[in-house]
Each structure stands twice: as structure tokens, then as C-alpha cells.
Design a protein around this ligand. Structure first.
Ligand code: ADP
Ligand code: MG
Length: 354
């Protein structure tokens, strides 16, 4: 397995996904396993998209399908990573203020979708977040708290309205020099959707994809019971669940303070930035999990809702057909939107009414 992101090698231990291992265990326990029909393993694990990616094909395991899925995931990373110098995103960023850049169709589609979520979230989700991510160096060895002047200097560069999309030419132009796209809050979801598209094309009956804790399920398990997905305790170790979400075909995407962070002088700085003030967003939330039919949309929405905060975030989710959410707050209360089948199991947390 090759590590294909620049940031992966710098990652402190806390970023290694014990949660993934726990999800593996939960998924295996949840699915009765008859003898495999093929020689392939019931799941395959690879490092990609800066995280541990696990694909479960269970009894339908098939090396060709695994190969196709991981080839596609790696391809998405090569095209969409802001940390690989040859990716379309890096080429767009290098040409900011200079010239439009022609990109792969999937890259164009994801940027267009990202701009849509920027619009409907009032800019809380902003794919032009790149300069802030670089300034805080949250992905690097040496993250730091920037000065107010530094933040004030980059804030005008974080503005999705300055992303010009030309569908005819399939070209993307960032109007101001110094602007930079970062699809870190949507590309993983897109990869999960693409993985499932391959599963469906192969006419498999069931699969589960876990990209660093962002999970998508498809089809019916052998034992015909609903899928059960553990929801991470944002205050606990990886794999420490506060409760279990049950459902059928669903994409389950989480944004939380525990994903990536550093501490300075007793303050924890996480990686979900407010494009409005240039700081890690503080809205009283520890994590937001979005449940929806599309992992691409759920990924963007989990970040958007985290930054918007509970009231506005909940209103946004309730305006979207088929979407639900689990909100975990700093005071350890948990709120769930209607139609989400979530059972809280951790007594340190409590379910609260709307
Ligand atoms: P994870 O990558 O841990 O699953 P997210 O999906 O929420 O979490 O994506 C967080 C990443 O998105 C950050 O590391 C950063 O690259 C980028 N990001 C941070 N804040 C925003 C924002 N307000 N809008 C869009 N992208 C953001
Ligand atoms: Mg996201």
C-alpha cells in the first residue's frame, strides 16, 4: 500500500483510525458469515484519501470488484487532493488569478456540487477554504495559531463566489491570486458514492464502505436485519461509540472536533473552519453526523452543519428531502432529527428533546 498524500506521513498517532478497526469488528459481528463463495476476503483495506479505507463485500467478495473500487478511490485522490502537486486541484490553485484550468469531468462535477452547498449553506461550507487550511497548517507537522493580522489577510481569499465554472470548457478559474480550493470536506463522500456505483454495476447484493469512519451501506445483509453503524464518541478513543444507528441503504458522514486537531496552551484547535472569522468553528457542537442517500452530499452537509451550528444547521437538514442528522453537543446532550433510528448506549451522554 502506498501512502499517496503528503499529509499522511505527518499524521500523529491520534489520526490512525482505531475507529475503522472497531467499525470492521462491528460490521463483521453484525453480518453472519457463511463460508465465502470466492477466494477473496470478506473485506479489503487500503490507505487512501489520507485515511484508512475499508470495503466489505462479504460473501460476494470478488477481487476484480475490489480492484476496481480501490483503483477508482486512488484515482479520485490523484485528481482531487490539494496536497499532490499534479492533481487538478493543485493545478487550479497554482493558476489562481492567472488562468482557467481544464479539469476531469468528475473534478468539475464535484466542484460544482461543492459550490451548490456553499450557496445553500450561506458560505458556511466553502470549497475555497484552502488558504485557511494552509495558514493553520492543520494537516502538517507544525500546526500553529495564526495572528489576527494573518487571518484578516487570508479571509478575503476564502470566497466561493470567486470560483468561476465554465461547463462548456470544463474549466475552473479562481479569480484572485492566492485563492485555493480544498475538497477535503466532500471528496471522501464522492469516493464512497463512486465505490457503491461500482458495487451496483457489478450487481452485487450488499456492501459496506468505510472511508475513515465515513460509512456507506448498500443492499441487504445476509441475515436480512438492518445495517448497524456505530456513531463515534467525539470525546473518546477511536472506535468508542456513543450509540448505534440502524437503517438500510444509507450514507453516514461525520464531521467532528476529534477528527484532526492540535492543542496550544490548553486550547484545542480543530480542522473545521468558519469561513466567516477564520477560526475553528465553535458552535457548542462536538460532532454532526448526516444520514442521507448521497455520501457526496452528506459529506459537504456534515461540514456545513457543523459550521452553521445547531439551529441553522438543523433547519438546513430539514429542508433536504431524505436527509437526517445526529448532533452531539459539548454538554454531552444528543439531538436527532425525525426518522433517524438511533439508539444511545453511552450513559455519559443523554438524549435531549428538540
Ligand atoms: P473529515 O475529513 O475528517 O471527514 P470533513 O468532511 O468535515 O471531515 O472535512 C474537513 C476538511 O474540510 C478539513 O480538513 C478542511 O480541509 C476542509 N474544511 C474545513 N473547513 C471547511 C469549510 N468551512 N468548508 C469546506 N471545507 C472545509
Ligand atoms: Mg465533510
Amino acid at each position: 500500500m502506498s501512502k499517496t498524500t503528503a499529509s499522511g506521513r505527518n499524521r500523529p498517532f491520534s489520526f490512525l483510525s482505531l475507529r475503522v478497526i472497531a467499525v470492521v469488528a462491528l460490521a463483521l459481528a453484525a453480518c453472519s458469515r457463511p463460508a465465502p463463495l470466492t477466494q477473496a476476503d470478506p473485506f479489503r483495506v487500503e490507505f487512501a484519501l489520507d485515511t484508512i479505507c475499508v470495503v466489505f463485500l462479504y460473501d460476494q467478495a470478488n477481487d476484480e470488484v475490489y480492484d476496481a473500487i480501490f483503483a477508482r478511490i486512488h484515482e479520485i485522490e490523484r485528481r482531487m487532493s490539494a496536497y499532490l502537486p499534479d492533481s487538478d486541484i493543485s493545478r487550479i490553485n497554482a493558476a489562481a488569478g492567472i488562468a482557467p484550468v481544464r479539469v476531469y469531468e468528475d473534478v468539475f462535477d464535484v466542484i460544482e456540487r461543492a459550490v451548490h452547498f456553499a450557496e445553500i449553506s450561506g458560505g458556511a461550507f466553502d470549497p475555497a477554504i484552502g488558504p485557511l487550511v494552509s495558514l493553520w497548517a492543520i494537516m502538517a507537522d507544525d500546526p500553529r495559531v495564526p495572528s489576527p493580522e494573518e487571518i484578516a489577510a487570508v479571509l478575503p481569499l476564502v470566497n466561493w463566489r470567486d470560483i468561476e465554472l465554465d461547463r462548456q470548457q470544463r474549466a475552473v478559474f479562481l479569480r484572485r491570486p492566492g485563492m485555493a480550493l480544498n475538497l477535503g470536506a466532500i471528496a471522501k463522500g464522492y469516493a464512497a458514492d463512486e465505490a457503491m456505483a461500482i458495487v451496483r454495476e457489478a450487481r452485487l447484493e450488499r456492501a459496506l464502505v468505510d472511508l475513515g469512519g465515513d460509512v456507506m451501506t448498500f443492499g441487504v445483509k445476509l441475515d436480512r436485519t438492518p445495517w448497524r453503524i456505530g456513531i463515534q464518541n467525539p470525546l473518546g478513543e477511536r472506535g468508542d461509540f456513543i450509540g448505534v444507528l440502524s437503517g438500510w441503504d444509507m450514507a453516514v458522514l461525520t464531521s467532528g472536533v476529534n477528527e484532526r486537531f492540535f492543542e496550544r496552551d490548553g486550547v484545542r484547535y480543530h480542522h473545521l473552519f468558519s469561513p466567516f472569522d477564520g477560526h475553528p468553528a465553535r458552535t457548542g457542537l462536538l460532532s454532526v453526523t448526516i444520514i442521507s442517500g448521497s455520501a457526496t452530499d452528506g459529506d459537504a452537509l456534515s461540514t456545513a452543519v457543523f459550521v452553521l451550528g445547531y439551529e441553522r444547521g438543523r433547519a438546513l437538514i430539514e429542508s433536504i428531502e431524505g436527509a437526517g442528522a445526529i448532533f452531539v453537543f459539548e454538554d454531552r446532550s444528543v439531538r436527532v432529527t425525525g426518522g433517524v433510528d438511533f439508539v444511545l448506549v453511552d450513559p455519559e451522554f443523554r438524549l435531549a428533546a428538540d
